[in-house]
Design a protein around this ligand. Structure first.
Ligand code: ADP
Ligand code: MG
Length: 695
């Protein structure tokens, strides 16, 4: 280690000043989000191999696992044997061993005579000679073979310009210098209680573990830190959202409550009542409500939302209801108007496409307070629509409604905020992606709904399935046909598309019925009209893509056909299926799939077995990971580097509890005991979450 290093290197030193890193490599590192030596320490290996200390070939014994290093003497490919074989002789100054690989003849291009190779495995006796079959192996360079301790060890995620070996060669010599710069975050007592090792050890061992135990301890500690900081960021963000500006305290009374309930032509379900109680409770406080309402499709969330809106209106404030698309916004307005028929409550729809004059009028009326409930798309947020007194904001089906957007809603006076989603969010995700929200759940749909029967349809049963559909259509029921794509641009592909199949269905297969088309590339007006015709029963079959995924509500539609069902995610299939089963008669979801893929088939099997969105979502999560929709990044949080919210659920729960407790006691992290935590949080999350207030 040079003088220069000792004087200058610390965690904030730009990575460019590390030995072996020049401007070009620094650029490559920057692409990996490694800017400082601290970032480099946070660049964790992906895998490890723990090779034991190598021994001499003469000391190898049959059936004893060992590692040895030697020179490759002779290689041979036995092409015509079954199984095919690649073998070579490895020699050191004490003896020889035969090394054999079955079915891996490509290795002849990697392993050549004269190379120095380490092998690890269990030798066996074959015709009195020692040989070893399919060992783990590492091709070494001269330096490494002189220093056996550098065998195995960590492998870093590499890129084209930066190999794992290079990263290791840059970082490992710095460990002695950098690790002592790391600050501990928690006191001794806490670490004892939670069985977390010292942070310095964790960093040393994650990069250079002596054995699996050290690695496991290091991982646990670093995962906890990562989850804790994330939760702390969320807890602080939540605190800030709730305390920058007070919300209107909504008053309620039995009279107000029954006046609102009279608007609904049915009794609310137990779940709806519970959720309404939670919402009313929130809205009675000066702390703005920040609640996520989850409920499967058709579970009756809109009614709950309308209750919240009407409570705000009863308190002389306004409500905004936002949907992700114009179709859905329109539909919200229609159903709200139905409930509000004959009342004095003024509603309006605002869209991007309406004539400028009309739009201007609505904006003026909103500002004057003449409109009580304004419905629109999320674009409402981005345009400067000012309310006279906005009491509550309700956001429907908006998974991408992140921390930042919610922050944007808070003005001088903060509205209460209710986010609704029909995508069942497993608990793990509710705690991370939506970690700063309170959660309410509607578990059971209103009574009197028909069942939804789900079936897989194999290619040979297609005709029978069409016949079945024909009978339902004759009984005046309606059907959705959903395709994975709008158009088939690729002639060679046999994936059906909505546009082409629309023609086939209307001309050939169901010529006696009205078949209509709806997809995302149509103009808003055409989409609206197609939707309207279907809603009014003028169309029998609506051919579409996933645009009908959310919120569309046509009770008479009882058939959902999904073509190439294996191309959709489970959560998506469940969403699509939710379009039917909204009326009293039974509905059918037919999953067409032409595949032998076991995983695909087992996923479809889950669909036929379960109607429980949460169960399906857990399945999906396990099969595919959190995915785009729920990636933490999508929600304004950084991606996790080492923790995994599914596998590390227990740590996540612990971290969340501790983080929220800490913020409750010390929301500015002013306590000197929290100094290091605060510094770390600002480095890691400050910018992402805009945690300016605590800085
Ligand atoms: P979601 O928004 O959760 O998908 P909706 O609120 O649109 O569900 O409700 C679906 C349908 O169920 C609507 O037609 C609605 O009028 C009806 N509904 C809602 N709550 C009840 C209830 N308690 N009893 C009977 N029908 C209800
Ligand atoms: Mg809805």
């Amino acid at each position: 280690m040079t003088e220069h290093h000792q004087q200058n290197m610390d965690l904030s030193t730009p990575v460019q000043f590390a030995k072996g890193v020049g401007p070009a490599k620094a650029k490559t590192f920057a692409a990996l989000e490694v800017h400082t030596l601290g970032d480099l320490l946070d660049y964790f290996p992906r895998t490890y191999s723990f090779l034991p200390e190598p021994i001499k070939i003469k000391d190898l014994h049959p059936n004893e696992n060992a590692c040895t290093v030697g020179i490759v003497e002779q290689t041979e490919v036995l092409e015509y044997r079954r199984p095919r074989m690649f073998k070579f002789t490895l020699a050191d100054d004490t003896g020889l061993i035969q090394v054999i690989f079955f079915n891996s003849t490509y290795l002849k291009n990697q392993i050549e005579p004269g190379m120095i190779v380490a092998i690890h495995g269990k030798p066996a006796l074959y015709k009195k000679h020692l040989q070893i079959t399919n060992p783990k192996f590492v091709i070494l360079n001269e330096e490494q073979s002189a220093e056996p301790s550098s065998l195995g060890g960590p492998t870093y995620p590499a890129t084209a310009n930066l190999s794992s070996r290079q990263i290791r060669a840059i970082l490992h010599p710095l460990l002695n210098e950098l690790v002592p710069c790391i600050n501990e975050l928690y006191d001794e007592q806490f670490r004892k209680k939670t069985e977390l090792i010292a942070r310095t050890n964790a960093y040393r061992w994650i990069h250079d573990p002596a054995d699996e135990d050290q690695l496991a301890c290091a991982k646990r500690r670093l995962k906890y830190d990562e989850l804790f900081l994330m939760q702390l960021g969320l807890a602080l963000k939540r605190y800030q959202l709730q305390h920058t500006a007070p919300a209107t305290q909504m008053k309620t009374s039995p009279a107000i409550d029954s006046r609102i309930r009279k608007r609904f032509p049915f009794l609310l379900t137990e779940d709806q009542n519970t959720v309404i109680e939670e919402i009313v409770n929130d809205m009675q406080g000066t702390t703005p409500m920040n609640r996520l309402l989850q409920g499967d499709v058709g579970s009756g969330k809109t009614v709950v939302a309308l209750y919240a809106a009407l409570l705000a209106v009863a308190n002389k404030t306004q409500a905004a209801i936002m949907a992700p698309t114009e179709i859905l916004a329109t539909q919200h307005l229609l159903s709200i108007e139905k409930f509000l028929k004959g009342s004095k409550v003024k509603t309006a729809l605002i869209t991007g496409r309406m004539p400028a004059k009309e739009r201007k009028q609505i904006i003026a009326d909103t500002l004057a307070g003449n409109i009580n409930i304004l419905v629109g798309t999320v674009a409402l947020l981005n345009e400067n629509i000012d309310f006279k007194d906005l009491g509550v904001v309700i956001v429907d089906e908006q998974h991408k409604f992140g921390v930042h957007q919610r922050a944007k809603l808070r003005k001088a006076k903060a509205p209460h905020c209710l986010v609704m989603t029909a995508t069942p969010i497993p608990r793990t995700l509710a705690m991370t992606a939506f970690g700063d929200l309170d959660v309410s759940v509607i578990k059971h749909a209103p009574p009197g709904r028909g069942k939804v029967v789900t079936r897989k349809v194999k290619p040979q049963d297609r005709t029978a399935a069409y016949e079945f559909i024909r009978q339902r259509l004759r009984a005046k029921k309606q059907a959705y046909f959903v395709y994975p794509r709008i158009d088939n641009d690729d002639e060679t592909s046999d994936i059906k598309s909505a546009t082409q199949e629309h023609t086939a269905l209307s001309k050939k297969i169901f010529p006696e019925f009205k078949v209509d088309l709806l997809h995302g590339q149509m103009s808003a007006d055409d989409k609206k009209q197609a939707m309207q015709r279907f809603r009014q029963g003028k169309t029998d079959i609506l051919v579409s893509t996933v645009v009908i995924e959310v919120g569309v509500d046509v009770p008479n539609a009882t058939i959902m056909v999904i073509e190439h069902a294996d191309h959709f995610g489970l959560a998506q299939l469940h969403q699509l299926r939710g379009r039917v089963g909204r009326g009293q008669s039974n509905s059918y979801c037919l999953l067409f799939a032409d595949t032998d893929n076991e995983i695909a088939l087992s996923r479809l099997e889950v669909m036929t077995r379960s109607n429980d969105g949460f169960e399906i979502a857990e399945h999906d999560l396990r099969l595919r990971g959190p995915g785009e929709l729920f990636s933490t990044r999508q929600h304004g949080l950084p991606d996790l580097k080492i923790a995994n919210i599914i596998e590390d659920f227990d740590l996540l729960t612990l971290a969340r509890k501790n983080a929220f407790e800490m913020v409750k006691k010390d929301h500015l992290l002013k306590d000197p005991k929290h100094k290091n935590i605060k510094e770390e949080l600002i480095i890691k999350l400050g910018e992402k979450l805009g945690l300016v207030n605590i800085a």
